[in-house]
Design a protein around this ligand. Structure first.
Ligand SMILES: Cc1ncc(COP(=O)(O)O)c(C=O)c1O
Length: 399
């Protein structure tokens, strides 16, 4: 059976995403893949057990180790990221846990970007405090000193392609060349393979919070990591051992969400740029962070690395601090909700100082540029003019 993605003209992202690679169960000819909601798979002999576990026969044994829905989703993401293989996990944090358990051990050294999703930093700090991992944070905007931070124990470097929440863009080609033989792990949750494909710039592994754009409908909690066959084999073994495997139905939902990813990324990139320009002119907004704006420090880099747009995430500072943010959230609760997630079909707002980056001290947050007036906006699929009208209304001074 020819798989849809093997067809000669199926190389554009939109075609790859829309068709997917599903070709497992053509006996029933379902037009959508079934959900394999099963704990285990029956075997007919011990010889078959040996053949499947030994990789000589295609098959599944136990859903924690593998399931057709997991494989369908992970291999579709791998194809879009131009990676050899992938593994889907219970959450984005589950993917990071599996990667770290596969690639580092006590006494090893990890380099990590200074500004990362708060829980990523929290997990690294936990492993440093409790398990003897050494972690050095560096400034992604200043790569000159990076080679001097590498030691013989350095096993991994972790960055975000577009950072949460300040939308810094990582110069992946320069990073890869500065790192030499040290493998680069890129969290491309904000980037998605539609905007940037880190493997093509030399990264070893890419991971995503699938809970965000790859699924895109605010109804899944999952993660995925893609890379070479050999690395993914080790990471899959750790995902199974630590039990951070995904659920088949969520993999199925994520596969469905992935079908429209290119369309959604194109749309949110256009709307986010329009809204960012609008906010930049607004008198109550002191600063807007969006790499598509000429005022963003990484604008030139974004033009080079993100030619298809900068995505749907932006952040802005309100001069009035926390109370101004609270007033905005209360005013807009029914139209642009305060929801501590992102990449839903609807636009949502979040408050990094109180959610994703709450685990840092106030001094650390201030040092990172995450102030008490910072609002993170996740642009959805609504009309840009409606969003501008809602934001104007929410930002109107209250008497
Ligand atoms: C950039 C980024 N990476 C990773 C994660 C963690 O993903 P999850 O919540 O699916 O565990 C998040 C969650 O918000 C995120 O924003």
């Amino acid at each position: 059976m020819t798989k849809p993605h093997d067809a000669p003209n199926a190389s554009a992202d939109s075609t790859l995403a829309a068709r997917g690679g599903w070709a497992e169960d053509f006996t029933t000819r379902t037009s959508s893949p079934p959900v394999y909601m099963t704990t285990a798979f029956d075997l007919h002999s011990l010889d078959q057990l040996d053949a499947v576990t030994g990789g000589r026969e295609k098959g599944y044994i136990y859903t924690r180790d593998g399931n057709p829905n997991h494989e369908a989703f992970a291999s579709d993401v791998a194809r879009l990221e131009r990676a050899e293989a992938g593994v889907v996990t219970a959450s984005g944090m589950g993917a990071l846990t599996a990667v770290l358990m596969a690639l580092v051990k006590s006494g090893d050294h990890v380099l990590a970007a200074r500004v990362l999703y708060g829980r990523t930093g929290q997990l690294l700090n936990h492993l440093a405090a409790s398990f003897g991992l050494k972690v050095t944070y560096f400034d992604v905007a200043d790569l000159g000193s990076l080679p001097s931070l590498i030691t013989p124990e350095t096993k991994l470097c972790i960055v975000e392609s577009i950072s949460n929440p300040l939308l810094e863009v990582a110069d992946l080609p320069r990073l890869v060349s500065a790192l030499g033989a040290v493998p680069l792990l890129v969290d491309s949750t904000f980037g998605t393979p539609c905007l940037i494909r880190p493997i093509e710039h030399g990264a070893a592994l890419v991971w995503h919070s699938v809970s965000k754009y790859l699924n895109g409908h605010g109804d899944v909690m999952a993660g995925v990591v893609v890379g070479s066959h050999s690395m993914i084999r080790k990471i899959r073994a750790m995902s199974s051992l630590y039990g951070v495997n995904a659920n088949p139905f969520e993999s199925w939902l994520a596969s469905r969400g992935l079908r429209t990813l290119p369309l959604r990324m194109e749309r949110v990139s256009q709307t986010a740029l329009t809204v960012a320009r609008f906010l930049e002119q607004h008198p109550r907004v002191s600063k807007v962070f969006y790499p598509g704006l000429a005022s963003h420090p990484d604008h030139a880099l974004a033009q080079r690395l993100l030619p298809h747009g900068c995505g749907g995430m932006l952040a802005f500072d309100l001069a009035g601090g926390r109370s101004a943010v609270d007033a905005l959230f209360r005013a807009l609760a029914d139209v642009i909700p305060f929801s501590p997630t992102l990449a839903d079909a609807r636009t949502t707002m979040s408050y990094p100082a109180g959610t994703s980056h709450k685990f840092m001290t106030a001094a650390e947050r201030a040092d990172y540029g995450i102030g008490d007036g910072l609002v993170r906006l996740s642009i959805g699929l609504e009309d840009a003019a409606d969003l501008e009208r809602d934001l104007s209304c929410g930002l109107r001074p209250r008497v």
